[in-house]
Design a protein around this ligand. Structure first.
Ligand code: C2E
Ligand code: MG
Ligand code: MG
Length: 562
């Protein structure tokens, strides 16, 4: 039943109609009768034959339109049998009365062949990548779908040419094209006769291996980095087209999927490709042996990633996101310093999703930038009227992802939000983590300096969990260090940890920073932090994250005793 697609049903119906027409044409009624009778209706035999021949030709054309390969074969069969039948009748009757029918069928036959060759040519150009002359993505889908539907075992390797975008940007598209051709040539040396290669995207090739010698072993011999020379024609030199030689490093990586029936995770051509791409992603940044074999655990993490991304997209579209605010206090007098803004997601079934379940996934895609924009916009809009009531130094602290912090247009984006909301820049603090420097370090540093010039404070979140160079930190305008909860957790039980936290506080002060301890839950921890002169604390001991109304009341009570 799997193969009974709509197309196949149409083919079957048209074939039945074609055979019906042929049989009606063959049935002549009374021999040599001039009329064919249906009840009282008398149809001249020539009219009837004309109608049936025309219908038969039309059915044959429709068969080719439906499926140019299968339909053409069926139509060819019907037309040949019809011509044979008419020839036979002519010979047997010693009469040329069937000659018009033979002519009609022959014309139909020629038209069918023309139609077929037109479709075949169109299909080849639709299925071919014009740079490498290999199959394209459409051709890949067709081949792999045929394998899956035919329940055949196969192996798919997704091979990527690293830094392809960079090569295109720096050397130009012509060199990029020449390099991908070179990669295809190199890979074709490991292919067996029946294996096929396709170009899926600019830098990604897919190889469909038929069962045979281990594809992994074969790939191992070519998946490496090597310097290659590519030749391109310099068309700017019109008459004497000169050849240009460029030496480049060609680095390949491959993700492999072994697919056997029953297909547990490789259900469609797209899912096999996605799985191969998932495995391929694991090879990026590896120095050598850039081959990875897909397994179902990878799919699970892939599914989780896609589910989280879907949730974030839905949440942004349908306004499932909202903010809560966790208070920060001075350690000695418990005076309110401000609030850290924390995002939450309320699903339609009213369940609340923690940011730890969607922020990491959003950070892997560009969705995190939309989240950051939403948080900035919402927090500043909510708190602007609160700040407008009084002269104060309440600080609203907002977590900013590494991606946002390293984006070139971040400063203009934040300027627009500040102007739009009227929120004073001096009351804004942005929390970055040490991982912010792992993205584009240069832009991140220049953004931090620009934010500092605008009067915005910078806090270094989760301090003590990363590997930032102290020397580099000293050069940046950081205002506040936030000691991570994992360090605070152990200060009452471990003298070593107490010493570490003491040193961090001391170091922060030397760097002209203030220090906040995060995740303070116990009196004993509080006492130690007071003793070590930690400036501020944030933790469940004095305040859990609360909604905006509660935060506003807390502030008003503290400021105005309301
Ligand atoms: P973070 O920025 O380090 O935020 C502090 C986390 O510690 C918050 O968890 C807070 O609820 C929790 N916390 C604070 N005090 C205590 C305590 O005494 N005990 C315990 N057990 N936990 C405490 P939350 O809200 O689940 O946020 C987790 C992380 O998600 C944040 O860590 C931050 O990295 C990220 N995140 C949260 N909101 C946002 C946001 O709006 N934007 C971005 N980019 N990231 C966010
Ligand atoms: Mg934070
Ligand atoms: Mg933190």
């Amino acid at each position: 039943m799997r193969h009974l697609t709509r197309k196949n049903i149409r083919l079957i119906l048209l074939t039945i109609l074609g055979i019906g027409c042929f049989m009606a044409l063959s049935y002549t009624g009374k021999p040599h009768a001039d009329f064919f009778s249906i009840g009282n209706l008398k149809i001249p035999s020539s009219t009837r034959s004309g109608i049936l021949s025309g219908s038969l030709s039309l059915i044959c054309f429709l068969l080719v339109f439906t499926d140019y390969k299968k339909g053409f074969k069926i139509a060819l069969g019907i037309i040949f049998i019809s011509i044979g039948n008419l020839l036979f009748a002519m010979i047997m009757r010693h009469s040329i009365v069937s000659l018009p029918g033979i002519v009609t069928h022959t014309v139909s036959l020629i038209t069918l062949v023309t139609l077929y060759s037109f479709y075949a040519r169109l299909s080849v150009s639709n299925m071919t990548d014009y740079i490498t002359s290999m199959g394209n993505r459409r051709s890949y889908v067709k081949e792999v779908t045929e394998h899956i539907e035919g329940r055949k075992s196969f192996t798919l390797a997704c091979v990527e040419l690293e830094d392809f975008k960079h090569i295109n940007d720096v050397y130009g598209i012509q060199i990029g094209d020449a390099l991908i051709k070179k990669a295809a040539e190199k890979l074709s040396t490991i292919l067996d006769k029946k294996d096929k290669m396709f170009r899926i995207t600019g830098s990604t090739l897919a190889i469909l291996f038929e069962p045979g010698e281990s594809p992994e072993e074969r790939l191992k011999s070519v998946i490496n980095s090597e310097t290659v020379t590519v030749h391109t024609e310099d068309s700017s030199q019109d008459e004497n087209e000169a050849q240009t030689e460029t030496s480049l490093t060609m680095t390949l990586g491959a993700g492999i999927v072994y697919s056997h029936p029953p297909y547990n995770f490789t259900k469609t051509a797209s899912s096999v490709l996605r799985n191969a791409e998932t495995a391929l992603a694991k090879t990026r940044n590896l120095a050598e042996n850039r081959i990875c074999i897909f397994n179902e655990n990878m799919e699970n993490s892939d599914i989780k990633q896609r589910e989280a991304e879907f949730l974030v997209k839905e949440a942004l579209k349908n306004k499932y996101f909202y903010l809560v605010y966790q208070p920060q206090f001075t350690t000695d007098e418990k005076k309110l310093r401000g609030f850290e803004t924390l995002i939450r997601c309320r699903k339609p079934d009213c369940s609340i999703v923690s940011p730890v379940d969607f922020i990491p996934a959003a950070e892997k895609s560009n969705l995190i930038m939309k989240i950051d924009d939403f948080v900035l916009q919402t927090a500043m809009t909510e708190f602007k009227p609160v700040l407008a009531n009084a002269e104060n130094d309440l600080t609203i602290s907002i977590n900013i992802s590494a991606k946002t912090m390293s984006s070139k247009d971040f400063i203009s984006r934040i300027r627009r939000i500040i102007e739009g909301t009227g929120f004073p820049a001096e009351n804004l603090e942005l929390e970055i983590t040490e991982y912010s420097f792992a993205e584009s370090m240069e832009t991140t540093i220049s953004n931090i300096k620009a934010l500092h010039e605008m009067g915005i404070k910078i806090a270094l979140d989760d301090f003590g969990t990363g590997y930032t160079s102290i020397k580099q930190l000293m050069t940046l305008p950081i205002n506040i260090l936030k000691i991570d909860k994992s360090l605070i957790d152990d200060i009452e039980s471990s003298q070593n940890m107490r010493d570490v936290v003491d040193s961090v506080i001391y170091m922060g002060h030397v760097m002209n920073c203030e220090v906040i301890s995060e995740g303070v839950e116990k009196e004993a921890q509080l006492d130690i932090l007071r003793e070590h002169k930690c400036d501020f604390i944030q933790g469940f001991i004095w305040g859990k994250p609360i909604d905006f109304e509660e935060a506003k009341n807390m502030y008003n009570q503290e400021e105005f005793g309301e």
